[in-house]
Design a protein. Structure first.
Length: 79
């Protein structure tokens, strides 16, 4: 059952990106969690854009919300 939800998350991001040149094959599921009637997924665009998408499903309202995040900066520390 979670595989269907995960696939729905990927397709929701692809629909969100409609009109861009991002192929479906560039979208990868990074993280997924389900609690009660709700679930959340993080989808990464592994293409040149490299953005992250947070997909939230509300079981109460039966809707999906997609938020896009852009990497602005990166920090690496050698331990």
């Amino acid at each position: 059952m979670d595989l269907e939800r995960q696939d729905l998350a990927l397709h929701s991001v692809h629909k969100f990106l409609e009109g861009t040149d991002t192929p479906f094959s560039d979208l990868k599921l990074v993280w997924f969690a389900k609690v009660l009637k709700n679930w959340k997924a993080i989808v990464a665009d592994i293409g040149e854009g490299g953005n992250l998408y947070e997909v939230t499903y509300s079981g109460e309202f039966n809707d999906i919300n997609v938020d896009e995040y852009e990497k602005i900066n990166s920090y690496r520390e050698q331990l």
